[in-house]
Design a protein around this ligand. Structure first.
Ligand code: GUN
Length: 302
């Protein structure tokens, strides 16, 4: 059994981007920029946004956090998005979710210019992914494929079983893995709460992606030998032996499943760190797409 080290892989990606951004800056004087829009004071959202800012800083990416009051009107928030849609310094716009109840999330996501939608949540990007066109793809699913790629895990013709059908993970990873491209081209099954006998499906998996949001839900007897396990869950469970009073576990019962599988992503340190790394990668991609090639390479001789 081999551990898939997401922390190390995410760090490698950040280093690669740092170098590319520094080289580009030296040649053309431009840097990619990301603006994160945070509405209200949700503590988890504050932590996420802070980590995103820190990651940008480390790799030399321009970043800004726009903090807005919890009672901001939908109309005012739309104006802020419109401002950044037209601000050439920022190539990526991220609106941290969830938003307060009085704001329609779909309307906000659809207001972001698709070319700057580094979360890959805009219906244009989702639709382009489905029909196999180049698109900004959402970060956690993108991170899963990147892990499969960097660990050279065969996916062509393999049966990928996904448990969970969220718009952020389940559906987009299904649409990535079914594409006729490298590190995809798989046979894909999506399972969800309506499955009568979940084990019937999970036992057939060559690659099992657990994105259910239930602690240690996938047990040893639900999987076959040599399966590749991608655990997307991040769940807090009470643990009095821990100073914090809790510990973080995935959707997979690690002790049992790790004895049977060929590869596994641990929690923490597996898929989690990849999300921000892919957000940076998406911002860099948006930057390259938005900035005129002649400007990017202004000082390049040939
Ligand atoms: N809230 C939880 N996860 C995410 C994410 O990936 N992007 C955004 N914008 N908000 C989130």
């Amino acid at each position: 059994m081999q551990i898939i080290d997401g922390k190390k892989t995410a760090s490698d990606i950040r280093e690669e981007l740092k170098k590319e951004i520094s080289d580009l800056f030296q040649r053309g004087g431009k840097v990619p920029g990301l603006v994160a829009i945070l509405v209200g004071e949700n503590p988890a959202s504050q932590i996420y946004v802070k980590s995103k800012g820190k990651a940008c800083e480390e790799i030399g990416m321009l970043h800004k956090t726009e903090i807005l009051p919890n009672d901001i009107s939908e109309e005012k928030l739309l104006q802020v998005i419109d401002h950044y849609n037209n601000d050439d310094k920022y190539h990526g716009i991220l609106v941290q979710l969830p938003l307060p109840k009085h704001i329609n999330e779909d309307k906000i996501i659809e207001a972001i210019k698709p070319e700057k939608d580094v979360d890959g949540f805009h219906p244009i990007n989702v639709g382009r992914l489905v029909i196999g066109k180049d698109a900004l793809r959402s970060c956690t699913p993108g991170g899963i494929q990147e892990l499969l790629k960097r660990y050279k895990i065969e996916t062509k013709g393999k049966h990928v079983v996904i448990v969970g059908r969220s718009n952020i993970v389940g559906k987009p990873i299904a649409n990535i893995m079914v594409q006729k491209e490298e590190f995809a081209n798989s046979i894909v099954t999506v399972c969800h709460s309506a499955a009568k006998d979940l084990s019937y499906y999970t036992k057939q998996a060559d690659i099992l992606i657990a994105a259910i949001g239930k602690p240690e839900f996938i047990t040893g007897e639900m999987v076959n030998d040599n399966v590749v396990i991608i655990d997307v869950g991040i769940n807090r469970v009470e643990d009095k032996t821990n100073k914090k009073g809790y510990r973080v576990v995935g959707d997979v019962k690690f002790d049992e499943v790790s004895k049977k599988c060929s590869y596994i992503t641990p929690v923490p340190g597996g898929v989690g760190p990849m999300t921000i790394a892919m957000l940076l990668k998406n911002t860099y991609k948006a930057f390259k797409n938005l900035v005129d090639k002649n400007e990017l390479y202004r000082y390049k001789k040939n």
